[in-house]
Design a protein around this ligand. Sequence first.
Ligand SMILES: [Fe+2]
Length: 262
Amino acid sequence: MRRVNGTALVMAALVATIGALAFPVWSYADRSGTGQANLAAGTVNTAWGPLTAQDRDLIVRVRLAGLWELPAGQQALERAPSEAIKEVADHLIVGHTDLDKRVRIVAAQLGVELPNQPNELQQGWLKEMTAATGADYEKKFVNLLRAAHGTIFPAIGAVRNSTRNTLVRQLASDANQTVLDHITVLEKTGLVDFDAIANTAANGATASPTGPPAPVPGQVAPSAPPAQATGDVTTTSQPSPGEPGTVNTSRPDPVDSQGVLN
Ligand SMILES: [Fe+2]
């Protein structure tokens, strides 16, 4: 009798255990694949707020950007075919040396492992640049870099918008400024193929274009009255940190209280 009771107890315990394990799977089954489930899946808590998979992706991408743009910039500075290319190279080296310091400090604080080599795609771009000469080199240098910056620019904006982690938010702000600066100096060379960029963007889009109607030739658009504050309003800020066409890159060195950079 005692033995039967013991077996029944074990069976009951087994059923309860399997049930307990199965319940969360069953109850969450219909939620998997949703944005909320995806957000929760890769998120860990840190002293600076939740850290998502998207946050970690940006950290790694900022590091990767430096790993290929620094050698690309150095090569361009050594070849220096024109003053405009030399200026780009200077900005790439200065910007990514600074960003790399920041990303190494942030990654150490958040426990994110960083790559130490450019990815395959980036290595391919470096090889393409190295193989090119003359005007072809200049065109390749500018357009490969401009395309890469155009890809990371909206990704930075997306993370900057949605992150709940204060370190990632600041890194996104800093990276945004550096990327905009690099885009600006690349475009200053006059070698950017904007048609190619527009075509690449259009090929990746599936939705039909929306927006205001195209202007009608010969028809003058109605004048737009100013949109502005009314009444007696006192303001002190400036709309932009510098002249249009320039990006303020004079931020101070990052604070490295943990000695990550030593
Ligand atoms: Fe860059």
